[in-house]
Design a binder for this molecule. Structure first.
Ligand code: GLA
Length: 527
């Protein structure tokens, strides 16, 4: 018996760095992101390298962290992507294909992805553009770009980080371009994360290839968070602000907030800086033993609102006053603006933030929201004075009104529907996913993209800030076998009408009965 081929809804499209160019050229718009509508706000999730390095990475760890993402409230705050980094995930078989390392990942890399999707999280995987990954424990994609990107799609990855080790003699733009094409040819929408640590100045060209690119060397060695190094990275990344925007982000590396070695003040400042830079928010701490204080930092929706603002502007330093940096130039979608006052000095400092710093006319009466104290004051005229502890940050949102809405933060109960049809007659099956906006407003109804296979229909129902997408499958006319579709739905941010990142999820159908859909007698043999 020949099994029906799985049906994939094909979506057409699109170590330490010593020196960086002082200013980014404006990156070209990310055409592919306009087509796949992925990462229109900076991706959020968790990645293992900063805390764990290579050795303890295995299926158990990733499952435990995925569980902790849900339990800790991180998922509800928008953290979605999770998976192994360089975690000895696969080898290359004699047939040239990647083979999952079942000793470390007993469910296989697809099985781990299913676990992640069933929790309402998205699956991240790692590879390298060269002959081998950095530790040389895994094969790189060199010469196998097409097969490897097909493997990542088959394992249902939603995010692939592509490192730049062991690439001697390779042209960086050609290499990443080929990988981007191979990934799109594999037919699964995937966030494409380039990791050349700033080599080749990706901010100048990578917007046309991927959704984000590392701008600097590693923020720390595994388990060794270093505050001073993080500040150097922030300073390098700050200069590249012109290159960032919806679908194409500067990535100053995974976060160190919550790792041993940082104080609560430093954690808050770190997180404020990353949010102000519209950086991807990939947590790097051990979520299984996170303190309440760290959880409050990483799940502060008022700070996340600045990172996830739909305009996607990367803030920058507009003025220095002694050891105090005034970060601003970050307009937000509702007309408000973010301001960060960061004290790099060793003594408390007071700074006057003017409305000109914030980007408003000097005389305007403005309300000020303190994003860590969660208090609104004002209206103030001309500016305000803030006092900030050493290494501390005052993170503010300034507005003409005293309403400070949170932009859309999408939280799904699951990202995979599994339906099984057994028995001898055709049946109708259904399964639903519920997506909720943890932001302030109700969203318009999600619009399901056309092109679904004939066996699948999807209906959308709104209930306040939640929406249910009910997937109905009719097995009439289907042969026994496995069927798969990726459903895409689109929406807009309600204040600006700007497109939001598309929602994607998988529908799997197993048909094990025979004679399906034939009411006139006679068994229909499977193809
Ligand atoms: C590079 C990357 C890190 C991590 C390691 C894995 O150093 O920059 O983020 O992926 O490789 O070896």
């Amino acid at each position: 018996m020949k099994r029906s081929p799985a049906i994939l809804l094909v979506l057409t499209a699109a170590f330490s760095l010593a020196t960086l160019a002082p200013r980014a050229q404006t990156a070209r718009p990310a055409d592919h992101a306009a087509v796949d509508r992925l990462a229109l706000t900076p991706p959020m999730g968790w990645y293992p390298w900063n805390e764990f390095g290579q050795e303890p990475q295995n299926e158990t760890l990733i499952r435990q962290i995925a569980d902790a993402l849900v339990k800790s409230g991180m998922k509800d705050a928008g953290y979605t992507y999770v998976g192994p980094d360089e975690g000895i995930c696969f080898s290359r078989g004699a047939d040239g294909q990647l083979t999952p390392n079942l000793a470390r990942y007993p469910s296989g890399l697809r099985g781990l992805g299913d676990y992640v999707h069933d929790l309402g999280l998205k699956y991240a995987l790692y590879t390298d553009a060269g002959t081998l990954t950095c530790s040389k424990a895994m094969p790189g994609t060199r010469g196998h770009e097409i097969e490897d990107m097909a493997s990542f799609a088959a394992w249902r990855a939603d995010y692939v980080k592509i490192d730049w080790c062991n690439t001697r003699g390779q042209d960086i733009v050609e290499t990443y371009t080929a990988l981007g094409k191979a990934q799109r040819a594999a037919g699964r929408p995937i966030v494409h994360s380039l990791c050349s640590w700033g080599d080749g100045e990706p901010w100048k060209w990578a917007a046309a290839i991927g959704h984000m690119w590392r701008t600097t060397g590693d923020i720390c060695g595994p388990g060794r968070a270093n505050w001073a190094e993080a500040l150097k990275i922030a300073s390098l990344n700050e200069k590249l602000h012109e290159a960032a925007g919806p679908g194409h982000w500067n990535d100053p590396d995974m976060m160190i907030a919550g790792m041993d070695g940082l104080t609560d003040t430093e954690n808050r400042s770190f997180f404020s800086l990353w949010c102000m830079m519209a950086a991807p928010l990939m947590a790097g701490n051990d979520l299984r033993r996170m303190t309440d204080a760290t959880a409050r930092v990483l799940t502060n929706l008022e700070a996340i609102a600045i990172d996830q603002d739909p305009l996607g502007v990367q803030g920058r330093i507009v003025r220095r006053d002694g050891a105090v940096e005034i970060w601003a130039a970050k307009p937000l979608v509702d007309g408000s603006r973010a301001v960060l006052v960061f004290n790099t000095g060793k003594a408390p400092a007071t700074a006057n933030v003017t409305w000109a710093d914030a980007g408003f006319p000097d005389g305007s009466p403005l309300f000020v929201r303190d994003l860590w104290d969660h208090k609104t004051t004002g209206p103030h005229r001309g500016g305000i004075a803030v006092t900030v502890a050493p290494d501390g940050a005052s993170f503010l949102r300034v507005s003409k009104t005293n309403r400070f809405p949170i932009p859309p933060i999408i939280v799904a109960d699951k990202y995979r529907i599994v339906l099984r049809a057994e028995g001898a007659s055709a049946s109708t099956l259904s399964g639903a996913i519920t997506v909720r906006n943890a932001g302030s407003d109700e969203l318009p109804a999600w619009k399901v993209a056309p092109g679904l296979p004939a066996w699948l229909t999807v209906a959308v129902a709104r209930k306040g800030k939640s929406q249910t997408l009910t997937n109905t499958v009719s097995t009439a006319g289907l042969a026994t076998g496995s069927y798969h579709a990726v459903v895409r739905a689109d929406n807009i941010e309600p204040v600006s009408g700007k497109p939001m990142s598309a929602l994607y999820y998988d529908v799997d159908v197993e048909v094990t009965g025979r004679a399906l859909g034939k009411t006139t007698g006679g068994n229909q043999e499977p193809e």
